[in-house]
Design a protein around this ligand. Structure first.
Ligand SMILES: Cc1ncc(C[n+]2csc(CCOP(=O)(O)OP(=O)(O)O)c2C)c(N)n1
Length: 631
């Protein structure tokens, strides 16, 4: 029986170990071939093939609930739960998601994209099961990287306290996206290197199972022995101290090891941690050798592992990191922080130059923000580079620790805007709304890479918190060796005047508006254009001049309209008694799925044609309206 005849986990339950091994090979092949074509989370998914097969084999899914942390490692789960036929469409427009989606399958019990939510969700399910007197098992699979987040520990704390029966599989590959960091990661390494503990404990436990009378002297002696072994081997296993039964370390690529442990844990009426050791990228040499690069790459050649990429100008992230390095030469108090994203934010390059001034704190955005606050308070200039979507997690820290104390922390908000294939959980389209409401926060976004550099230099001079946004992808490709052109803080750029309508843009969407303006002008309209650069402080002087000079204002942003840049303009206009019509263009009040950014910009009328269409019809409506008023 091969993968093609395997439609559901119940088919897996009939297989022998040899057949499971063959099946795993085929799953690996499917993952490699598909991600080579369209990119995706190959490394983590190759690492969990045997674990996934074993989980579906031992547990009665979907009756038993399998909760995957993040969901990027669950490609084998998708292949085994009815999505073999649609697997080639993963992460593509209209295709299946790169993460788990409840609407895709009843085997997807939980949706994520952000790390470290699985344990809380699984405990919620297990507790509901007990309260409703239902009968199913709950298993959460969480990576060692995801275990660096506070949220995971908040859940462990409660699970250990409630003693709710459930299984936590710690999928330990010693990697986050980059090599995992921190004291707990070091602790897992210690556990990994104490395999004797697992064997000894198993032997002691099987001995215990054979002793019928509870509390007999012999059992007490053995229990003491077990305790001693425990302390001798790992000097107090933290999971056991927290109230879990610990099994491990287990070879996560061996069915002979995995299946008995999973089966044993299934029937334990207490919380259990199974510590499974896997290899990221397992079975595909380039990914094994370069797990960081193969965490979530774009398309690649299978034979060589070479990426298929057309040359592009340096990405905004590269420009940011390189500029920060340049500025750090003159300003010794600049320090950089990343929450487990040194490659994505390109701070790895900064770290090469300034190893003592760059901190990877793990998947710990909340801690990163408050750590930055402490650094700022004590005289440093911290720059926390974080994707817009992950900044969401640090909101209270940003409000309460940074802005409330008005500390000069810079949030370098990367991936601001639509992100493409990662989809709904990763779109950077809410941050203006949630940042704009917080006192002391300043928010800027340049129209291109050159402005990013000027704004970064300016932000480092500010005595307040600054959120400096920039999108995924590349800018205009200005040489990074050019001198930085300073930008007057709080000032926008009125690049074109126009009497019918003025387009006011925030960010690189300026260039789309510029192209739309050219078309509109060629059709006889007089259209102005402003590159706002700042949402906060808003350049009200400029806005006042524009309002006097033009017939209407259209704000344009790649962000939700609700609470975004346009809302800030509306608030100013209502307070300033501006009477010209204002219309806000941006993204709708909905979660936007995976697919090319260009597709969604077109769908929501934020590409050149869309803006032309909207502007033309709106000017027409306004003219009709004013003509009917005059009559
Ligand atoms: C809150 C949050 N921050 C950052 C990320 C980006 N991210 C995706 S996967 C990953 C590494 C996860 O490591 P681990 O849990 O060990 O899983 P592995 O990929 O090694 O299987 C990171 C940092 C995220 N998904 N969520």
């Amino acid at each position: 029986m091969g993968l093609n005849s395997m439609t559901l986990p119940e088919d897996v339950r009939k297989l022998t170990i040899a057949q499971l091994e063959r099946l795993s090979k085929e799953i690996r092949q499917a993952i490699i071939e598909t991600t080579a074509r369209s990119g995706g989370h190959i490394g983590a998914s190759l690492g969990t093939v045997e674990l996934t097969v074993a989980l579906h084999r031992v547990y009665n899914t979907p009756h038993d609930k399998l909760v995957w942390d993040i969901g990027h490692q669950a490609y084998a789960h998708k292949l085994l739960t009815g999505r073999l036929g649609s697997f080639a469409s993963i992460r593509q427009l209209g295709g299946i998601s790169g993460f788990l989606k409840r609407r895709e399958s009843e085997y997807d019990t939980w949706e994520a994209g952000h790390a470290s939510t699985s344990l809380s969700a699984a405990l919620g399910m297990a507790k509901a099961r007990d309260l409703l007197k239902q009968d199913y098992r709950v298993v959460a699979v969480i990576g060692d990287g995801a275990l660096t987040a506070g949220m995971a520990w908040e859940a462990l704390n409660q699970i250990g306290h409630l003693k709710t029966p459930m299984v936590v599989v710690v999928n330990d590959n010693s990697m986050s996206i980059a090599p995992n960091v921190g004291a707990f990661s070091r602790y897992l390494t210690d556990l990994r290197s104490a395999p004797a503990y697992y064997r000894l404990k198993q032997e002691v436990e099987s001995l215990l199972d054979g002793i019928p009378v509870f509390g007999s002297p012999i059992k007490r002696t053995v229990e003491r022995l077990k305790d001693l072994a425990h302390y001798a081997m790992v000097a107090g296993n933290v999971f056991e101290e927290l109230g879990f039964r610990y099994f491990g370390p287990v070879d996560g690529h061996s069915f002979d090891d995995l299946i008995p442990v999973l089966a044993h844990a299934r029937d334990v009426q207490e919380p259990v941690v199974i510590h499974v050791i896997t290899q990221k990228g397992k079975g595909y040499r380039p990914a094994e050798e370069n797990p960081g690069v193969f965490h979530g790459p774009g398309p690649f050649e299978i034979d060589s592992g070479r990426f298929i990429k057309s040359p592009e100008p340096p990405s905004y992230s590269q420009v940011f990191s390189e500029t920060l390095s340049q500025l750090a030469e003159q300003q010794p108090n600049i320090v950089a922080i990343t929450a487990a994203m040194p490659d994505g934010t390109k701070l790895d390059k900064f770290a090469e130059k300034y190893p003592d001034r760059c901190f990877d704190v793990g998947i710990a955005e909340q801690h990163a923000a408050t750590f930055a606050a402490g650094l700022a308070l004590a005289g440093m200039r911290p720059v926390f580079a974080v994707y817009s979507t992950f900044l969401q997690r640090a909101y209270d820290q940003l409000v309460h620790d940074v802005c409330h104390q008005d500390l000069p922390v810079i949030f370098a908000v990367d991936r601001a805007g639509l992100v493409g294939a990662d989809g709904a959980t990763h779109q950077g389209v809410f941050d203006i709304s949630f940042l704009r409401t917080v006192p002391n926060m300043e928010i800027a976004m340049g129209k291109d890479d050159r402005e990013l550099r000027g704004l970064l230099a300016g932000a480092l001079e500010r005595p307040h918190p600054v959120a400096l946004r920039y999108p995924r992808g590349s800018g205009q490709g200005y040489p990074i060796t050019d001198p930085i052109i300073p930008i007057t803080w709080g000032r926008g750029e009125w690049s074109h005047q126009g009497t019918d309508l003025t387009l006011i843009t925030f960010g690189p969407i300026y260039f789309t508006a510029l192209a739309a303006r050219d078309v509109l002008e060629s059709r006889g309209f007089s259209v102005g254009l402003v590159n706002a650069r700042f949402v906060k402080p808003l350049d009200v002087e400029l806005l006042e001049k524009v309002a006097i000079n033009t017939g209407a204002i259209m704000t344009i942003e790649e962000h939700v309209v609700a609470g975004g840049f346009g809302s800030a303009v509306n608030e100013w206009a209502s307070g300033a008694h501006v009477t010209i019509p204002i219309r806000n263009e941006g993204l709708p009040d909905e979660f936007i799925d995976h697919g090319p950014v260009s597709y969604f910009l077109n769908l929501y009328g934020l590409d050149t044609d869309g803006l032309v269409r909207k502007a033309e019809s709106w000017i027409g409506e306004l003219k009709t309206l004013s003509a009917s008023r005059e009559r």
